[in-house]
Write a protein that binds this ligand. Sequence first.
Ligand code: B3K
Ligand code: ZN
Length: 863
Amino acid sequence: MSAETLNRSVKRLSDYQPPDFAIDRTDLTFELDVDKTVVTAVLELRRLDPQVSELCLDGQQLQLLSLHYNDSLMADDQFDCRGHQLRLKVSENNFRLTIKTQINPQANTALEGLYFANGSFCTQCEAEGFRRITYYLDRPDVLSVFSTTIIADAAHFPYLLSNGNKVEERPLSNGQKLVCWQDPFPKPSYLFALVAGDFDLLRGEYLTRSGRLVGLDFFVEKGQSGKAAFALDALKRSMQWDEQRFGLEYDLDRYMVVAVDFFNMGAMENKGLNVFNSKYVLVSQDTATDTDFFNVESIIGHEYFHNWTGNRVTCRDWFQLSLKEGLTVFRDQEFSRDMGSATVNRIHAVQVIRTAQFAEDASPMAHPIRPQQVMEMNNFYTVTVYDKGAEVIRMLHTLLGEAGFQAGMRLYFQRHDGQAVTCDDFVQAMQDANHYDLTAFRLWYQQSGTPELTVQRHYDAPNQRLTLRLSQQTPATADQSDKAALVLPVRYQLLDTTCSPSGLFVMQKSSDTLVFDGVSAQALPVLLEDFSAPVRLKHDYTEQELLRIAKEAANGFARWDALQSCWLLWLQQTMEQASDFVLPDALFELYQQLLSQPLDDKALTAELLKVPDYGVFAESFQQIPVHAILSAIDSFRQQICQRLAPELQSCYQQHSAAAVDYNEANVGLRALKNRCLDYLAVQGQSSESLLQQQYGAANNMTDKLAVLKACLNSSHPAFLSLMQQFANEWQHDVLVLDKWFSLHAANPTIAVFEQISLLCQHPKFSWQNPNRVRAVFHAFAMQNPGQFHRLDGRGYQLLTDTLLKLDPINPQVAARLVTPLLSWQRFDSKRQALMKEALHRLSSQQGISDDLYEKVSKALANE
Ligand code: B3K
Ligand code: ZN
């Protein structure tokens, strides 16, 4: 490890020490001012270990105005306030500290702590943002009862919000007003929130199953409250679902959600006062796609479910993040599954694992779902901690069954309500409630990497016996070389002529056998149904066998999964045979059938009809052949369009009459119709009238955007003029404009560079706003592989220039965007050299943030 890395502090799970002090009460007063906010924190402290003589509080970017110990003002030589700490000698067991600090919310472009943006004050404290508000024990295992008094100009900030119940509201002299909040539930500082601004308010209510009436308040930008109605309903559905499925009820009288346009991520589960990125609250049919509606419902659910899994029971330390995130993602996935197409939901969740999560395992940032060391915690809100974490919970659910899992949840809450605990405590509750030994299972929490499960088949004809030899192996990752065998729940189904047995095989060792007796020579096992373990399955199935599963399997996921394997085979064949490769007739027959007689689940039909995205193909290679993949995708789309144009046309016509509302049936119809449109656009000029017609007639954003995407995917000549029309229609609405920014940034031609520089000068673009920056640069770096990975290095250069500009403004957003540069080892030597050059430019930048430094230094570690 370099000297610089050592200088920056790396924290280790193995160094965990319980806190020396408790903070029984935290009384905060905010005198809000855009550039000089004064925060007075009165902390009632209790020494837990009488041997300890020093108290050390965390603090960053604070100006200390005064410090009182009980009632005495402390002189400068009575404490030590340097770096990111405030230290003072302590001799009593119980004492009070009154800390007055001044902060500058307007200068806070990192959007961590208290910031002022777009006319409102807002906080984001997870993971370690509270220390930018006052000196504190800013760690999740210090739980305190908070009260918050907010004083601000009444005209500019009519709503002054914080956690819990409002206990006082009164006008003050000189146009100011005071509001006081009390939160009865002890909580760690990361769940603190404050919002002050002028909003429109949409109110609702929910009667809990025990008969308590809860007020539901949505605070949104003026004029936008109509667009929060869907989110309000989604919140009611979440509350009801959590009562029915998990027996969990809400615990305060009020649940508030504030939607803001300046936010680093999706949303935040602060106790009683969620803060949301406006894109995950504000939707209407004319401005939001079906995917946007889905995301709103799922994130509203996610943040609500955190009230029990995260807030009532929280994490002991940040290494345990998956305790709340993996579990809450599992819960939100189950909720979404019950609200829409279960199969398509599972497909989408699995795609995240197979693309982004497997890529993270193969990258310099590889880590287990419970990381062992961290420089900047914000870098570990990852697809591994969240989504692989949810898969680990799902495996527990598979092993224990719904009743066993729920028994484990009940015991977990019974034991740990009101505590800050570890992932081990969670697994222990599952184990004890079920008398099921989970010792070996716990390895999932400490081992990183993607296990490979290999299956070999042997059929013994005289005995009609099929033997499957299963072996597992996890390749070394950047963070860990030695790997052991994991517990793998393998769901299977056997396709056979007469019956189709199915079941669960729990693999415990590095190799094992699964035997089926009395089966025919045609028997075909479908393994890992519903992706019952987050592994890469290696098999030797032929195209015919895979297509048989795609046609015959009862399980929709298995059908889709078999087709995914087919596409990987066809990609290999295309790369071997270049332009001569022709997709097999059997695929066209299957597609013909699906187009003329779609399944009841139209959204699943649309998934089955889809050529996988670049990211799916890319993840199947150690070294990614970018352009070969892109041209194979083009060729596949062309072949499908050429062979099936009439069927695509008629399927399009037959499914074009969906009503506008967001519901499972309409979403499915739109998905299927727009899949057809996407292929038809390949025809170029001759599809123009169809595209124009849909664009002009569309009464919803899904159908409009589908036209633009179809044009983009096919480099259709109508693209630019339709984009112009779209910009004229939507320039007043930033969330819609973000879609337009992203489409431009995903343009696969060299014109994208000129276009991006124009976008950055657009009056609605702002380097301070994460949504705008991501709309352009996330789309460019992640959805435009052809231009991003150009051999002249222009793509890498553009991203590097962007990161150098962005890092001083908002390190969290910069550190997210750097991801595609980290995996330089996955490309050819020319690109490797260019990507490393880009990483060196970043690492040699003066004052680079810990966020970016941690990732870049890891990426360059094994150069
Ligand atoms: N807990 C927050 C994420 C906080 C991210 C901090 N960088 C949102 C969520 O997972 O619900
Ligand atoms: Zn979460």
